[in-house]
Write a protein that binds this ligand. Structure first.
Ligand code: GDP
Ligand code: MG
Length: 163
């Protein structure tokens, strides 16, 4: 059985872009409209010589605001239940938002290893976001760009002991 890695984070941080890059096929819908991924999707991912199952989770901002927190919690718990590790993605350019902090609080309750990814950090973009991300308490974030394929070697190094 390949390891299962879940991608978690608020809408529009680049989860589906990362999923597509790791799977290599356009299986997950990517759109400029936040939260267009409606379901969890599984794909066969490759990163160097690592092979694993990757789970992309949906955006939830279309949900009724009153039930949003509950749905976020349910989906996050569902996604991490079967996962060997979680890729927690934030947008390094936006820094840590209240929604990111909410996800962080949910993820803090699990024993599943969490790898923090500060996405949209191509070039030198998002450097201040990296410092903020460190403050979430999941260790040093990995600066990456799912869109431009940067930071994948560091992601490989983080996944190697898990897979
Ligand atoms: P999701 O809602 O978390 O699944 O995010 P998406 O993968 O749908 O991406 C949301 C938006 O961010 C899209 O416009 C992407 O093109 C853009 N995006 C994703 N990754 C990157 C990145 O590494 N750098 C930049 N600049 N934009 C990105
Ligand atoms: Mg998506």
């Amino acid at each position: 059985m390949p390891a299962t890695i879940a991608i978690i984070g608020r809408p529009n941080v680049g989860k589906s872009t990362l999923f597509n890059r790791l799977v290599g096929k356009r299986l997950a819908l990517v759109d400029d409209t936040p939260g267009v991924t409606r379901d969890r999707r599984a794909g066969d991912a490759r990163l160097g010589d690592l092979k694993f199952t990757i789970i992309d989770t949906a955006g939830l901002e279309e949900a009724d605001q009153r039930s949003l927190e509950g749905r976020m919690r349910a989906q996050t718990e569902e996604a991490i239940a079967d996962a060997d590790a979680v890729l927690f993605v934030i947008d390094a350019r936006a820094g840590v938002t209240p929604s990111d902090a909410h996800f962080a609080n949910l993820l803090r309750r699990t024993d599943t290893p969490i790898i923090l990814l500060a996405n949209k950090a191509e070039g030198r973009a998002g450097e201040s976001g990296l410092y903020e991300a460190f403050g979430l308490g999941f260790g040093d974030p990995i600066a990456m760009s799912a869109e431009h394929g940067e930071g994948l070697a560091d992601l490989y190094d983080a996944l190697l002991p898990i897979i």
